[in-house]
Design a protein. Structure first.
Length: 301
């Protein structure tokens, strides 16, 4: 679906991507700041408790505790920041942005990341307020079925990650945030905060991000591979499709795992490649200079 435009362009994943691109566009009109606009779009999704796989109200780990991961990267200077396993501060993407902009580090995790967020002025969220009534009762039902031996605790429970990519006149930004796999082990970190795994941005190539089973996505270092392919001359469609096909060649089981790669190349071309998902089809939301579009890509089979 490569197509060029004056921009700015914002693309965001899943049905809540509609909220993300609208918020990013609103922020852009006020600030003309690409990075801050992508962060604003991501934070809007994280702050909506009705969205059960990202931010407040996200799916908890197997102890019933929500742990958030997020990352952001700016392609102009490769400045990047990420956080993993935040428990008491949200939106995680704002903490990732502060890591990128206020520290010499790239990644903070666990208690240190929450402490940094509080130092930066983030309001603490009471641990039980991270769950909604719905996600708490889903967790309790899941726990009861595990204890009754009806389901295996190790079985991965899917989740949808918000990825927001931004482009304007060759400038690129990538942001990603998630509560990660449902009922994961405490401390499990997915691809979303891994620079080169869940996201990458380099204005000499473009930007890329991923959603799906994090273990598979960063095993294949997908975002750096998509960006490298664009650096070598592929457009965003060719780069995302090529890397996903290579993942399937390497392990045919990937065809059924629900994996999606998205990218914007240097020229503003958009690419998305997805495999089949078991529960619902993948959708991408696009904003090109204030024109909004919903895209449902055909899965690679
Ligand atoms: N793709 C997000 C995760 O696996 O946590």
């Amino acid at each position: 679906m490569s197509e060029q435009t004056a921009g700015p362009i914002f693309v965001a994943t899943w049905d809540f991507g509609a909220l993300a691109v609208r918020e990013a566009w609103t922020h852009w009109r006020q600030t003309s700041d690409l990075g801050a606009s992508c962060v604003a779009g991501t934070a809007a999704v994280e702050s909506d408790p009705a969205i059960p796989t990202v931010g407040i109200g996200g799916l908890p780990n197997r102890d019933g505790v929500v742990e958030l991961d997020a990352g952001m990267m700016r392609g102009s200077d490769l400045r990047c920041g990420s956080v993993a396993s935040l428990r008491v501060t949200c939106p995680a993407i704002r903490v990732a942005q502060a890591v990128a902009e206020q520290t010499n580090h790239v990644m903070l995790a666990g208690r240190g990341a929450d402490a940094f967020a509080l130092q930066q002025g983030c309001e603490p969220v009471a641990p039980d307020a991270m769950l909604t009534e719905e996600t708490r009762s889903q967790y309790e039902a899941w726990r009861a079925r595990v204890e009754a031996g009806e389901i295996d605790e190790e079985k991965m429970v899917g989740h949808d990650t918000v990825c927001v990519l931004g482009w304007h006149a060759g400038e690129t930004v990538a942001c990603v945030a998630t509560s990660g796999l449902g009922y994961k082990r405490a401390g499990r970190v997915g691809d979303s905060p891994i620079i080169g795994g869940g996201l990458y941005a380099d204005d000499q190539a473009g930007c890329a991000a991923s959603t799906g089973i994090g273990e598979e996505l960063y095993r294949h270092a997908v975002s750096i591979r998509v960006t490298d392919a664009m650096h070598s001359g592929a457009d965003a469609s060719g780069a995302t499709g090529g890397v996903l096909r290579r993942m399937i060649e390497r392990d045919p089981a990937n065809r059924m795992r629900g994996l999606t790669l998205l990218a914007i190349d240097r020229q503003g071309g958009i690419g998305v490649a997805t495999t089949r998902t078991d529960n619902h089809e993948f959708e991408l939301h696009v904003c090109r200079a204030g024109e909004f579009e919903r895209v449902v890509p055909t899965p690679i089979v």
